[in-house]
Design a protein around this ligand. Structure first.
Ligand SMILES: Cc1cc2nc3c(=O)[nH]c(=O)nc-3n(C[C@H](O)[C@H](O)[C@H](O)COP(=O)(O)OP(=O)(O)OC[C@H]3O[C@@H](n4cnc5c(N)ncnc54)[C@H](O)[C@@H]3O)c2cc1C
Length: 484
């Protein structure tokens, strides 16, 4: 993590290499002037994402194509000259995936922002990669449909970025991750060719699943320009509830019991220390005595009956349970989004994504089988204490996906604190591997986890990943220097 002053110094005014300079000349001749920028403040911004991480060499230019053909032109020219190209959605990534490591150009998809077509009878929607995720949900809602993937960043992140990171969201508990809602993709390959990964049918047994290949590929295999996404009927009813638990262990154990029960919740989120609610007239007493808040939702025709079954289970596990009406439900979801109200992100974003957030240095996005959650959280607490760090966690409990935050005191992290934070994260990953889990449940590997990628994947999978990369990007221009 760099300070903002370092960030601005490190990213300003880099002279292009000979091949980069040649590419800039060719791009200037091939693209409209508004599609190309080398403004220092623009490049400084595009040199990082929500992590605040920086590569070894910042980008020398940014391109903002507004057509698929322009994306093809950019890649074909860059490929000929061997210049790195880093695809960028909205730059909200929490793994440094969109951070250029080795200079070159940033290819922003933000102007490919059209909803092309919606087919209510086929439950599908065709969108360009730069469309903001919440806009898909809004378009679907007009037809009584629902787009299930809903990352907490839905108001500020792009469909292309969600696909490239295989983003998760609140509704993963029942509807799965982004992968489970992608029917087909159009992808521009490194040499500029346009790949259609297949028909947008719910079923397709012809050939390898190329659609899946690009999901979670973090800009290393191709640039996604269009996606056909699966929609579902909007749930007829929902029942939302909050359950307060006196200890971390009891809250986590209750969440694991819900997962193991025959009732499948649509949402099952876990927050530690719901301090914002302690002054509340209704929830104050329960919140003040609570270590953990479990926020859940059931949906569909039997939503309320299913919720009643879960209330019983949560009470037996030691919880104080409240059924929430629609307004209260929104309030609790905003709380889970870290106090950000839905819709705020678009306004704040100004089309460009967030500035680096120093609190992100010590965070981890690990996932284990839900039955191992208690062990994971207890190990995290122990590791934090051993390194003299503070610790917090939120969880997509039904998926066993925990966002662990190790904190050092002070706004900017000094060298000693950085060492402690890194050591704590490394020890956490050892625990995760022992529990049969992954070091990233939904944010991706990016720059942040590149050093751990081979250990996570194993040597054979690493070799297979590298072979696929070699076929699709033999020159190695796509997001080079990352995990693949
Ligand atoms: C407040 C906040 C809340 C968040 N909540 C969640 C959450 O609940 N769940 C979750 O999963 N994540 C969450 N995130 C992380 C982030 O929003 C997701 O990873 C998101 O999917 C990134 O989308 P983006 O458009 O910002 O992509 P970027 O950050 O721009 O890029 C991410 C990666 O995708 C690649 N990429 C982007 N677009 C394309 C494309 N069109 N073709 C090929 N590669 C591409 C980039 O090269 C990079 O490797 C959150 C982030 C913030 C700041």
């Amino acid at each position: 993590m760099n300070t903002l002053a370092e960030h601005d110094t490190l990213t300003a005014g880099l002279a292009p290499s000979a091949s980069e300079a040649a590419l800039l000349d060719q791009l200037a001749a091939a693209l409209p002037p508004e599609a190309l920028s080398a403004r220092p403040e623009e490049l400084s911004f595009l040199a990082t994402d929500a992590t605040g991480l920086l590569g070894e060499r910042p980008p020398v230019a940014a391109v903002f194509p507004s057509t698929v053909e322009q994306v093809q032109t950019v890649l074909a020219l860059a490929n000929n000259l061997g210049v790195p190209v880093v695809a960028r959605g909205a730059g909200t990534g929490l793994a440094g995936g969109a951070v250029p490591k080795a200079g070159g150009i940033v290819l922003s998809l933000e102007r490919l922002d059209q909803i092309i077509d919606i087919s209510p009878q086929d439950h599908s929607i065709r969108v360009q990669a730069g469309v903001i995720t919440a806009q898909v949900s809004e378009a679907a809602a007009q037809f009584g449909l629902f787009y299930a993937p809903d990352p907490a960043s839905a108001d500020i992140s792009s469909v292309g970025g969600n696909i490239a990171t295989n983003a998760g969201g609140f509704h993963c508990a029942k509807y799965g991750v982004t992968r489970d809602s992608v029917l087909s993709l159009k992808v521009v390959l490194a040499d500029g060719a346009l790949l259609d990964t297949g028909p947008a049918t719910f079923k397709n047994s012809a050939g390898l699943s190329l659609t899946s290949l690009f999901i979670g590929s973090e800009g290393t295999l191709g640039v996604i320009v269009e996606a056909t996404l699966r929609l579902r009927p909007a749930p007829a009813e929902t029942a939302t509830f909050a359950a307060f638990f006196p200890s971390l262990r009891s809250g986590i154990a209750a969440a694991a019991a819900v997962v193991a029960s025959p009732v499948q919740p649509a949402v099952l989120e876990l927050l530690r220390r719901p301090e914002q609610l302690t002054a509340d007239a209704v929830y104050g007493a329960a919140a003040a005595a609570a270590e953990v808040l479990v926020l859940g939702q059931t949906d569909g025709v039997g939503a309320h009956a299913e919720a009643e079954t879960l209330y019983e289970l949560l009470r037996q596990a030691g919880g104080t349970v409240f059924a929430l009406d629609a307004a209260e439900s929104e309030r609790f979801f905003d709380l889970r989004r870290g106090g950000r109200r839905r819709g705020e992100g678009v306004k704040d974003r100004g089309g460009r994504g967030p500035r680096p957030d120093p609190s992100r240095f010590g965070d981890a996005d690990v996932a284990v089988p839900p039955s191992r959650l208690v062990e994971l959280i207890e190990a995290s607490s122990r590791i934090a204490a051993e390194h003299g760090l503070s610790y917090n966690a939120t969880a997509h409990a039904a998926d066993g996906n925990v966002h662990t935050f190790f904190f050092a005191d002070g706004q900017w992290v000094d060298a000693a604190a950085a060492t402690a934070l890194n050591q704590a994260r490394t020890e956490l990953y050892e625990v995760v591997w022992r529990l049969g889990g992954t070091i990233t449940g939904e944010h991706g590997i990016g720059l942040k986890l590149a050093a751990y990628a081979e250990q996570q994947l194993g040597s054979v999978a690493t070799r297979v990943n590298a072979g696929i990369k070699q076929v699709l990007d033999p020159v190695g221009i796509l997001n080079p220097g990352k995990w693949i």
